[in-house]
Design a protein around this ligand. Structure first.
Ligand SMILES: [Zn+2]
Length: 447
């Protein structure tokens, strides 16, 4: 390796990048040998017990070879195999000790690389990125499979975490943890919700048959998301805005009910049980306000300001279809009134206007009016501004857009289990829980 580096130093047409590549490649060979030796020692030390039920294994035999893909290349390890009478299964205790999945030969580091890259980009791209950055060649198919496996593990972990929140012991522990993080000042817990649609392969291959029956194959399904954060009015940032103390995310393909339970558990982890106030902010979708009433009774509700303003703009364009300046002149005083907590006056004005109109225009105004009427109690934007609370659910909408960048690429089709697994990985990372899946990813110098 020293010789290769020396040659590269002398080569006038090679720069630091070439040296980095030389060292990476040379280093990998050495590291691979060291890893193989250490892995063998670890495998040899595995106790002859069933890793699932801890029962003593019988019919033990040694010398079963396996090839493991690691971040330094493939290593070969031999380990013992035994039969668990309780599980009625053959077991390799060393595999569990080394952190290998039950059916898979990727090291934890490679599992993490797959999870991180494939939850961000298509597997074919991930293959190239991993090869360039880590210097190991792992096929797109292997990366995709490993990422889905890790995503399923994340889903199981999520279920356990959520279940813990529904037990009194889990909640007490959570309370203690929150107190440890920082002394709890009075705070408002803000919850935002939104949804977006995703393309899936559910009727894949049946399209022709469905069309023959006069049915259009539907490939768009909803993904539901929510975020919650603690807004502390006392601890203000330099700009005078209340600080966000902690934030959690939920994103699921499992339907509104799955979102409801996941979001509730996430909100609990961020102090739902201790909040002075809970505030829900979202657009006008009916499912959102049903969910809010069902799982977060007593929470204040606010409909997104931008969505409301779009409904007023629709009226403005009905009244002044060819005159943008006139439409603007009509809508602006109303928007100002909304921001001054005078939504009742806005509604009264529209009611009077609607009574004066006839035909199509009356119908158009009535439609927008009924939207405003149904959200009458959810338009406290004056108060929102005073208290430094969000006027809308922009934070969640932008989160949804970020997920869409990955899950809604042109020509991509997904399966529900595939989406849910990868989405779950992305959410684990956002929520700062990556280390629960990949304990080795914690930086020891930070503890
Ligand atoms: Zn067992």
């Amino acid at each position: 390796m020293a010789k290769r580096v020396e040659r590269s130093v002398c080569a006038a047409d090679e720069n630091l990048g070439h040296l980095e590549e030389e060292l990476l490649r040379g280093g990998q060979e050495v590291l691979c040998q060291m890893l193989e030796k250490a892995a063998q020692q670890k495998a040899d030390a595995a106790p002859p017990l069933c890793p699932v039920c801890q029962n003593k294994l019988s019919r033990l035999s040694k010398g079963h070879w396996t090839t493991i893909q690691t971040r330094f290349g493939s290593i070969h390890v031999q380990r013992a195999r035994g039969y668990c009478r309780r599980c009625r299964k053959w077991r390799f205790p060393a595999d569990t000790l080394l952190g290998l999945p039950e059916e898979g030969t990727q090291s934890p580091s490679v599992q993490e690389m797959a999870a991180l890259t494939v939850s961000k980009m298509p597997a074919a791209e991930a293959e190239q990125v991993v090869e360039r950055l880590a210097g190991v060649k792992i096929s797109a198919a292997t990366l995709g499979r490993a990422a889905r496996q890790q995503g399923q593990r994340a889903q199981e972990e999520r279920e356990q975490l959520d279940q813990k929140m529904s037990t009194p012991e889990g909640r007490t522990q959570q309370d203690k943890d929150l107190q440890l993080q920082l002394p709890l000042e009075p705070f408002t817990l803000v919850i935002e919700l939104d949804a977006w649609n995703i393309r899936e392969r559910d009727d894949w291959g049946q399209s022709a048959a469905l069309r023959a029956r006069g049915q259009e194959p539907s490939r768009w399904h909803w993904a539901y998301g929510g975020t919650c954060f603690r807004l502390n009015q006392r601890a203000q940032s330099a700009t005078g805005r209340p600080t966000i103390l902690s934030r959690g995310y939920v994103m699921t393909r499992g339907g509104v009910d799955a979102l409801k339970e996941q979001l509730w558990a996430e909100a609990m982890r961020h102090g739902l049980g201790r909040a002075n106030e809970v505030l829900i902010v979202a657009d006008g979708a009916v499912w959102i306000w049903n969910l809010a009433a069902d799982r977060f009774p007593g929470a204040r509700q606010r409909v997104d300001f931008y969505h409301v303003s779009q409904h007023l703009w629709a009226v403005a364009h009905t009244l002044h279809s060819d005159d943008e300046a006139a439409a603007r002149a009509w809508v602006q005083p109303l928007l100002a009134k909304l921001k001054a907590d005078e939504s009742c006056e806005v509604i009264t004005e529209l009611e009077e206007l609607q009574a004066r109109l006839e035909g199509v225009r009356a119908q158009a105004v009535e439609k927008e009016l009924s939207y405003l009427q149904s959200h009458r109690e959810r338009m406290d934007y004056g108060r929102a501004q005073q208290k430094g609370e969000p006027l809308g659910s922009g934070a969640m909408e932008s989160t949804c857009r970020q997920y869409q960048c990955r899950f809604k690429r042109t020509g991509q089709f997904w399966s529900q289990t595939g989406d849910e697994a990868l989405m779950c990985l992305e959410t684990f990372r956002r929520n700062g829980r990556w280390h629960l899946l990949f304990p080795h990813s914690i930086d020891p110098s930070k503890n």
